[in-house]
Design a protein around this ligand. Structure first.
Ligand code: ASP
Length: 357
């Protein structure tokens, strides 16, 4: 009988009748950034607050999936919760540039049709992830930057805020600290390391980019599998503290910080963006699955725990495939992360020693 059904599907019936039902596989995975996140760096209240927002993001995204919504809508819902929280480096609570501004990056990708949208360097869009989706859905483009992207979001009716909305004291203090350490850096120029000999005064090295509350990347991201079997990925960030000259990180770069393809996986990254761009992290994981037949976990480990480590790229990723397999490797001390599945199974993790159930 089953054979007959399959045969009929192949020969006569339309896609919709034969379409596989993924209802029992719906899954949502999120991250809230990676970095030096240890128990020693965190108070009990801070930990509780982070876990609570992460849980809320999972619940909001899951509600969409459970109600029969698409992965894209679920990604949007989960990321908006984290963008609206000052705890994460995305939307409200974004880090500051060297000039004392907040410049936001975000991207999204639909694994069912390989459509994608991204914005970079925006300053007035309350929820950058919504602008990335609008670029994908409402424009012929994939990426918009700066003033143009801000204007486009306004024209699309998205919520626009005064740039001061993004200010938080903690992030501003982190900028001041970063600038201080830069001075320290200049103090050392009397005994420059050989490779810094010709370093221009206005240049900076990796150490000039620091992260709040110790060394941390607070970007947020989400990958999702809906009941239609479609994957989607999204990432949103304020970038890195003390970034300069219109710097854009990996988060809005399709293939680096975000990628989704139903044939392989959905990926969202967090970490030192320059390294993630150079390693084309998200697409590389997908490509290892597509061309080499690696499993999701093996592909993710290969890129995050080997390739990135070799070049000194700190951070991690979350990834999901069409069978509901999850991978969340990171090579830093910790990564805010969590997942929720169709069967209600859910877990939130922060530290390295927290294993997945
Ligand atoms: N990847 C982001 C960037 O480089 C930073 C982060 O993950 O927090 O802009």
């Amino acid at each position: 009988m089953k054979l007959l059904y399959t045969f009929a599907c192949i020969l006569f019936l339309s896609n919709s009748i034969c379409a596989q039902d993924f209802s029992d596989k719906i899954t949502l995975v999120i991250h809230g950034g990676a970095g030096t996140i240890t128990r020693a760096n965190m108070t009990a209240e801070q930990e509780k607050a982070y876990r609570s927002v992460l849980n809320n993001a999972l619940q909001q995204g899951y509600k969409v999936l459970q109600g029969g919504g698409t992965s894209l809508k679920a990604v949007e819902a989960a990321i908006m919760v984290m963008e609206d929280s000052p705890l994460f480096n995305a939307g409200k609570g974004a880090v500051f540039t060297n000039e004392g501004k907040n410049e936001l990056d975000a991207s999204v990708m639909d694994g069912s049709n390989l459509k994608a949208g991204a914005i970079a360097g925006v300053t007035t869009i309350k929820n950058p992830i919504r602008a990335a989706i609008a670029v994908m859905d409402k424009s012929p483009h994939v990426m918009m930057t700066g003033k143009g992207a801000d204007l486009f979001a306004k024209e699309q009716g998205l919520e626009i805020v005064d740039p001061s909305y993004f200010y938080t004291e903690a992030r501003y203090k982190a900028l001041l600290k970063a600038k201080e350490s830069e001075k320290v850096e200049l103090d050392h120029t009397e005994h420059p390391k050989k490779d810094f000999k010709d370093k221009p005064k206005t240049g900076y090295n990796d150490n000039d980019l620091i992260f709040t509350e110790g060394k941390k990347f607070g970007t947020v991201g989400c990958v999702s599998l809906d009941k239609f079997g479609n994957l989607a990925a999204g990432t949103s960030t304020g970038g890195m503290t003390n970034k300069r000259y219109g710097r854009v990180g990996d988060a809005p770069i399709i293939g680096a910080g975000t990628y989704a393809n139903n044939a392989t996986c959905a990926v969202s990254a967090t970490g030192h963006g320059e390294y993630f761009i150079r390693s084309v992290v998200a697409y590389d994981i997908s490509a290892l699955m597509e061309y080499k037949g690696l499993s999701l976990q093996n592909a993710a480990d290969e890129v995050v725990m080997k390739k990135l480590v070799t070049i000194g790229g700190e951070g991690g990723i979350i990834a999901l495939d069409r069978n509901g397999n999850i991978a969340m490797p990171f090579n830093s001390e910790g990564m805010y992360r969590g997942y929720i599945r169709g069967n209600g199974d859910s877990q939130i993790m922060i530290y390295k020693d927290e294993a997945r159930k």
